[in-house]
Write a protein that binds this ligand. Structure first.
Ligand code: SAM
Length: 475
């Protein structure tokens, strides 16, 4: 289907596809980075200014190892300036793996007949959520295949079910979505169920490469997908997540494609996407992808550092697709969210399947640590693990979120809220040893803060939480 404003029910011309492959290649082919220019671009970013496409292309084209190290160091410094030490934790939960698409990279493609197709019924969904709550999770992303059964009403219903589940002190306070694009009406229905972020990855921003890997099904339509989050905005969802699947096409093109998408959002809605994801291609049942574009560890770590510098205020999500070693390195230069205790098998959390079965999963994951193992390691490495959900619950989303985050307010809101949600975890879910280490980290953090009104309030909230059993306290 060709794109026309009518067939996508869009409001105006601003929603026209905005990716020009030639423009992106022209940038990649024409820019030759000099030492001075690379340093100038890093300095601009450290001044917390968002980089242009041209400036990002300078970093993308940098190959000198000394300068690449400077890019990574720049990302580390910027992370400290903007985000501090906190890192937000979440878990993915697959609600249904029925799918009508045939995507060459996906284990859940319709033609994979060996894959067991499951749609969680209410009881099964509750069981998964209770297990996640028992581990200490407060934030989930629900994942769905693309299938007529998983329309907006179905998604909204499952979101509401998840919010209703409360086991002990457990509750899910933010439900994000990763599902196929909807029309405006559909996005409105899902918004009304109370979601946080709606995530749709473009997979590849190159239209020709896109056609090659999306063999059949609704997902084959590049423009329908590219304009999906405009429709989400139109429906009132101002917290959206974008991303590309790295390994389908030249990574340099994808970085600039994502940045072009960010530009489009900022130009039209005055606010960029809430998060950027950069899943890297993993093995899957009947994976059928030319390895020509596979991204090395070296390029992968570099490209994440480039994202941090290019968009200082956008959240970056790194998932358990990557092994611990890569996660540890990348977290240092600017990831804001990671998943923990991840299991992507259908019913995988409640059935406690430790071993992975490729035939039951969409792709391989390489970090199988439990949430508590990850919490321990984060604490030992002086990160403050956070389960904070305050911003979206207080309406600090979209443009409002930018107002708070841009002048460096992230530290003022996020650090106290990270401390409070960590304390909740330590009280309700942590083994004794983690609890001890966690409170030591909290004490160290508190001693670094100047004793102003906010810190006094924070200390009051902490004692209410520890001594009076109060929960869900935030700024
Ligand atoms: N059906 C939804 C859609 O159309 O967006 C959900 C897609 S899937 C659950 C979430 C993401 O996983 C995809 O958008 C893709 O980027 C990623 N993914 C798919 N196959 C993968 C693979 N083999 N390795 C790594 N990531 C993969």
């Amino acid at each position: 289907m060709n794109y026309t404003p009518e067939n996508y029910k869009i409001k105006d011309e601003s929603m026209k596809p905005f990716i020009d492959a030639e423009e992106i290649w022209e940038l990649i082919n024409s820019i030759k980075p000099t030492k001075e220019r690379v340093r100038e671009v890093i300095a601009k970013s450290l001044d917390k200014k968002r980089l242009s496409l041209e400036e990002t292309a300078v970093l993308v084209n940098t190959t000198d190892p000394e300068l690449i190290e400077e890019i990574k160091q720049g990302a580390r410094t910027l992370k400290e300036k903007v985000y501090g030490h906190r890192i937000v934790l979440f878990a993915p939960l697959y609600v249904g793996n029925l799918c009508t698409n045939n995507c060459a990279y996906c284990g859940y493609k319709a033609s994979n007949k060996s894959v067991k197709r499951v749609t969680l019924n209410k009881e099964e969904l509750v069981k998964e959520v209770e297990t996640l709550q028992d581990a200490g999770h407060k934030r989930l992303i629900l994942v769905y295949g693309e299938h007529p059964k998983y329309g907006a009403e179905f998604i909204a219903k499952s979101v509401k079910e998840v919010y209703k589940v409360k086991k002990g002190n457990g509750e899910i306070r933010r439900v994000n979505i990763n599902a196929a694009p909807l029309d405006i009406e559909g996005f409105k229905i899902v918004k009304d169920s109370g979601i946080g972020t709606y995530q749709v990855f473009q997979e590849t921003y190159n239209p020709d490469a896109y056609k090659k890997v999306h063999i059949s099904g609704k997902k084959r339509d590049f423009d329908w997908r590219l304009t999906s989050l405009d429709r989400a905005q139109e429906a009132g969802i101002d917290d959206v997540g974008i991303g590309a699947l790295f390994g389908l096409y030249d990574w340099r093109f994808e970085v600039l494609g994502i940045l072009r998408h960010v530009n489009h959002f900022e130009a039209v809605y005055k606010v960029g996407p809430h998060t950027i994801s950069f899943p890297r291609l993993q093995n899957a049942t009947n994976l059928d992808i030319d390895p020509k574009y596979s991204v090395s560890d070296e390029d992968f770590t570099k490209l994440v550092a480039i994202f941090r510098l290019a968009v200082p205020y956008t959240g970056l999500i790194l998932t358990a697709r990557e092994p611990q070693k890569i996660r540890d390195e990348i977290m240092q230069f600017g990831v804001s969210q990671i998943d923990g205790g991840t299991n992507i098998e259908m019913k995988g959390y409640s059935e406690k399947n430790k071993k992975q079965h490729l035939d039951k999963e969409q792709f391989v994951i390489n970090d199988n640590r439990s949430l508590n193992e990850i919490m321990n390691e984060l604490i030992e490495n002086d990160y403050i693990p956070s389960f904070c959900t305050a911003c979206y619950r207080l309406g600090r989303t979209g443009e409002h979120f930018m107002e708070f985050s841009v002048p460096g307010f992230i530290k003022r809101y996020c650090t106290p809220n990270a401390i409070l949600t960590l304390a909740e975890y330590l009280e309700d879910y942590a083994p004794a040893e983690t609890k001890k280490k966690g409170y030591k980290l909290i004490d160290d953090e508190l001693s670094k803060l100047e004793e102003d009104k906010r810190v006094i309030k924070l200390k009051e909230k902490l004692s209410a939480l520890r001594e009076k059993g109060k929960r869900d306290l935030y700024f």
